[in-house]
Design a protein around this ligand. Structure first.
Ligand code: AMP
Ligand code: GLY
Length: 424
């Protein structure tokens, strides 16, 4: 099989390493991939949003199966365009990807079908939003841009003034462009967060092992929000009881709701959950694998990934077992110092060959045979072990073996989960 993977981050590297294990795979192309992914796939300089070029490449290169991993191409309709040329894909079509592409859509979906989520109002102009904020007695409130915003479109506003500033930045200053033309203002929820990625073919839903992201840049959850600085799996807060509540109240109703709306979702549906004192609630949906959740979830997958993906495409997910290891995993992200604000790049990296299997490169390029840093998040190092503590220690051992100037990483990935495990 000739497989094409759209995207070029750590998530895509993890997907490619898993797909490579399938012995029927003869060739993997990554569009655009990156300097580290080049060890495992042929990287082609076509951007993930260049849908026409992706389709042309897939046709010219007789691609048998395409995996569209990032949100942007999914929301832009990459799967529809590839399917039109007869190329089977993993990922939702444009109609279904709206579940991530528009927060107004996803909030209204949850309200209509009784899926638990934060209380909210939606607005299409700043005046109405500000009048509403002035009527509120309690803060913080959460202000969200409707559309995709590189994970930055969510502002937790501590005060009335902060929330007015957030509305103005999105709707008047248009810091997120068109993505901020509509906004959602919602109730601030509290509780541990859990990421659950689930395979679904629109009929059956098979959740993967749960995980926990660490979104803030600094230790002890301080500093700016990032794309994610590390992950652990499984998430100790996500007990079997909570999992069955989520299946009944969230996962199945969501699949059902999308079908009823004529937007059947096929692919990986990401449930960003908060375990509030009033039960699990949906913080957000993503129409794709999470990054860096994928870097702990896929290494624990025992079933062949490509086999599962094809079962999703062919709507026979009910026919296969999707099995996960009972081990724990920890992924520590090494970033460029300064990320998510300004940072320098272009520093030479060394990753020992002996650990390359478990390093997922996110931001690097090859120049004259040398691997140079080329992004905010540079790579993730994942360790699997029988227990969480050993996995965490192992991941930090890997980090110590990887060298590049200006490297920065959090030193407390997994500590909160470890505490929760010890308290149980
Ligand atoms: P999102 O990009 O939607 O995942 O939001 C980013 C982060 O903002 C989430 O991981 C939460 O930590 C936080 N967040 C989003 N919505 C809420 C909410 N309603 N209450 C509290 N925190 C929230
Ligand atoms: N790690 C969060 C995301 O992928 O959106």
């Amino acid at each position: 099989m000739r497989v094409l993977v759209v995207g070029g981050g750590g998530r895509e590297h993890a997907i490619i390493k898993a797909v490579k294990k399938n012995t029927s795979v003869e060739k993997i192309y990554a569009l655009p991939g990156n300097g580290g992914i080049a060890d495992d796939a042929e990287c082609v300089a076509i951007g993930a949003k260049e849908i026409d070029k992706i389709v042309e490449f897939a046709v010219d290169n007789k691609i048998d199966y395409a995996i569209v991993a990032p949100d942007d191409p999914l929301v832009l309709g990459a799967v529809d365009a590839l399917n039109e040329k007869g190329i089977p894909c993993f990922g939702p079509d444009k109609k279904a990807a709206i579940i991530e592409g528009s927060k107004v859509f996803s909030k209204n979906l949850m309200k209509k079908y009784g899926i638990p989520t934060a209380e909210y109002e939606t607005f299409n102009n700043a005046n109405d939003a500000i009048e509403y904020l002035k009527s509120l007695k309690t803060f913080p409130r959460v202000v969200k841009a409707d559309g995709l915003a590189l994970g930055k479109g969510v502002i937790i506003a501590e005060t009335l003034q902060d929330s007015i500033d957030a509305v103005n930045s999105m709707m008047e200053d248009k810091v997120f462009g068109k993505s901020g033309e509509n906004i959602v203002i919602e109730e601030f929820l509290t509780g541990p967060e859990v990421s659950v990625l689930a395979f679904t073919d629109g009929k059956t839903v098979k959740p993967m092992v749960s995980s926990m992201d660490h979104k803030r840049a600094g230790d002890n959850d301080t500093g700016l929000n990032t794309g994610g600085m590390g992950t652990i799996a499984p998430n100790p807060y996500y007990t079997d009881d909570i999992a069955s509540i989520c299946m009944k109240e969230i996962f199945l109703p969501t699949i059902d709701a999308m079908n009823k709306e004529g937007r059947t979702f096929k692919g990986c549906l990401y449930f960003g959950l908060m375990l509030t004192p009033n039960g699990p609630k949906v913080i957000e949906y993503n129409c794709r694998f999470g990054d860096p959740e994928t870097q702990v979830v896929l290494p624990l997958l025992k079933t062949d990934l490509l086999t599962v993906m094809q079962a999703v495409t062919e709507e026979r997910l009910n026919e296969i077992e999707v099995e996960f290891s009972t081990d724990s995993a920890c992924c520590v992200i090494m970033a460029s110092k300064g990320y998510p604000s300004a940072y320098q790049k272009g520093f030479e990296m060394t990753i020992p060959n002996s650990i390359k299997d478990t390093v997922f490169v996110a931001g690097a390029k090859l120049v004259d045979g040398k691997l140079l840093t080329d992004g905010g998040r540079v790579l993730g190092a994942t360790q699997i072990a029988k227990d969480l503590k050993t996995a965490i220690d192992g991941a930090y051992d890997l980090v110590k073996q990887i060298k590049f100037d200006n490297a920065y990483y959090r030193t407390d990935i997994g500590q909160r989960a470890l505490k929760a495990t010890e308290e149980n």
